[in-house]
Each structure stands twice: as structure tokens, then as C-alpha cells.
Design a protein around this ligand. Structure first.
Ligand SMILES: C[S@@+](CC[C@H](N)C(=O)[O-])C[C@H]1O[C@@H](n2cnc3c(N)ncnc32)[C@H](O)[C@@H]1O
Length: 235
């Protein structure tokens, strides 16, 4: 099985969106990841393409503050944060099948009851979540799309931020981190300009200890690129 093989029952994903914030990537999966997908997807997974509205209480079997992590990659950050934060529930959304499979495996290994995994485009997922339902949105090391002609693919742009903010509860946080200086500046300008967000920090936020160091961050630091954290609150 490769990342191009569908997760069972995916119905023509991403067909409706012409400008995507991601580039579908290929990648082979390990035997462990294939097994995780086959055995654990029915327990922890759901598809954006199914277009069913999501009731977080129903999904997690309890009422708890909900964190949405957009672009969970291989899932290392998701499991570390969810394990350290058992009183909140974590919904991870990703399009990369090997990453989803890896996260399923990690969640099972760590026996985490507070993680669910969504396959599909986060921007479509937002429409399936109730307004004001999120305690936090995490967007760590989103694809920077460095070429000017690709900036329209960035996740942090005014229209997307307005949609994200509409799903945040009052007082909820939008936390972004990036190692691309130009994207960090653009994020800051975009988030500062959003009328429904406030920055409680003086510019960039201090690096929070609860955000685990991922391989993106390690590589950036080795290459001499500083990391910017941006943490805004919904008014
Ligand atoms: C550069 S990786 C970072 C992964 C992870 N956050 C980390 O820090 O290791 C960005 C990830 O975001 C995912 N992504 C980008 N746009 C997305 C979207 N609209 N919906 C879901 N996932 C998306 C990509 O597939 C990719 O895995």
C-alpha cells in the first residue's frame, strides 16, 4: 500500500477545492503503518469527504475542551501534547496517508483516548465543526509556499483565518509556529489585522515549553533559521 492508495471508503477527496494549501505527496508505508491503517482507522478515524457534521461530545464520548491540530504530519507533536494534556481532546487533520497511519500507530501504542484523526482538507473540516467549539487551533510548521505565485496556497491568509476564528470559542487560542521568516512576518500581519483576534504578547510569543521539538524545528535550528511562535486569542 502507498500513500496514493485510498483509506477505505474515501469518496473523491479534495475534488471541490481548486487552490489547496497542500501538495499531495507520495510515500511508501511500513508494514506497521499499513496494519495501523487497516486495524485502527475504524476506531480513531473519520473522513472529511463523508461530510457528516461532527459532534465532539459524540466523537470523544465526553465533553472536554477541544484542540484542532491542522497538518499533524507524522503525529509526533499530536501524541506528545495529547499525552501531557489528558483533560483536553485532540482532533488532528492531515492529508498525507503515511502520516495518518503513523499517528494511528502512535495513538494506539500510547493508549490515548483523547485523540481522533481526520483525513482530508482542514478547510473543509471547519465547515463540519460547530461554531465556537474549539479551545485551540494548532498549526505547526505549515507548508511555507515560499514562491510569491504560491502565496495564495498558504493556510494563514485573511479568509482562512476568519473561518478558523469562527470555530474558536471566545478566549480560545490560535497557535502557529514557523521557521520561515517571511511567512512569520506575513502571519503576524494577517493575524494582527483580523478584527476578532488579539495578540496578548508583544509581537511573537515566547516559545512555549508545551510545544514539542519536531524534526522540522531541529533541522531549522541546525540550518540557523529561528522559530517564530504566534499565539493569538479570540476576542
Ligand atoms: C511541513 S508539514 C508539518 C507537519 C507537522 N505539523 C510537524 O510540525 O511536524 C505540513 C503538513 O500540513 C499538511 N497540510 C497542509 N495543508 C493541509 C490542509 N489544508 N489540511 C490538512 N493537512 C494539511 C501537509 O500534508 C503536511 O503534512
Amino acid at each position: 500500500m502507498t500513500s496514493t492508495d485510498p483509506i477505505p471508503s474515501v469518496a473523491a477527496p479534495y475534488a471541490a477545492r481548486t487552490i489547496r494549501t497542500f501538495h499531495p505527496r507520495r510515500g511508501r508505508m511500513s508494514g506497521r503503518q499499513v496494519a495501523a491503517l487497516e486495524q485502527l482507522w475504524p476506531v480513531y478515524g473519520l473522513h472529511v469527504a463523508d461530510a457528516a457534521p461532527i459532534d465532539p461530545v459524540d466523537l470523544f464520548g465526553r465533553r472536554a475542551p477541544l484542540v484542532l491540530e491542522i497538518g499533524s504530519g507524522m503525529g509526533d507533536t499530536t501524541v506528545e501534547m495529547a499525552a501531557a494534556d489528558p483533560d483536553r481532546d485532540y482532533l488532528a487533520v492531515e492529508v498525507h496517508t503515511p502520516g495518518i497511519a503513523n499517528l494511528l500507530d502512535l495513538v494506539h501504542q500510547r493508549e490515548l483516548g483523547n485523540v481522533r484523526i481526520v483525513e482530508g482538507d482542514a478547510l473543509d473540516l471547519l465547515d463540519l465543526l460547530p461554531p465556537d467549539s474549539l479551545d485551540a487551533v494548532h498549526i505547526f510548521f505549515p507548508d511555507p509556499w515560499p514562491k510569491s505565485r504560491h502565496h495564495k496556497r498558504r493556510l494563514i491568509q485573511p479568509a482562512h483565518v476568519a473561518r478558523l476564528r469562527s470555530r474558536l470559542a471566545v478566549g480560545g487560542t490560535l497557535h502557529c509556529a514557523t521557521d520561515w521568516a517571511a511567512y512569520a512576518e506575513s502571519m503576524r500581519a494577517t493575524l494582527d489585522a483580523d478584527p476578532g483576534l488579539v495578540n496578548p504578547h508583544d509581537g511573537y510569543a515566547p516559545r512555549p515549553a508545551h510545544r514539542p521539538v519536531t524534526r522540522f524545528e531541529r533541522r531549522a535550528l541546525i540550518d540557523g533559521r529561528p522559530i517564530a511562535d504566534l499565539i493569538y486569542r479570540r476576542r
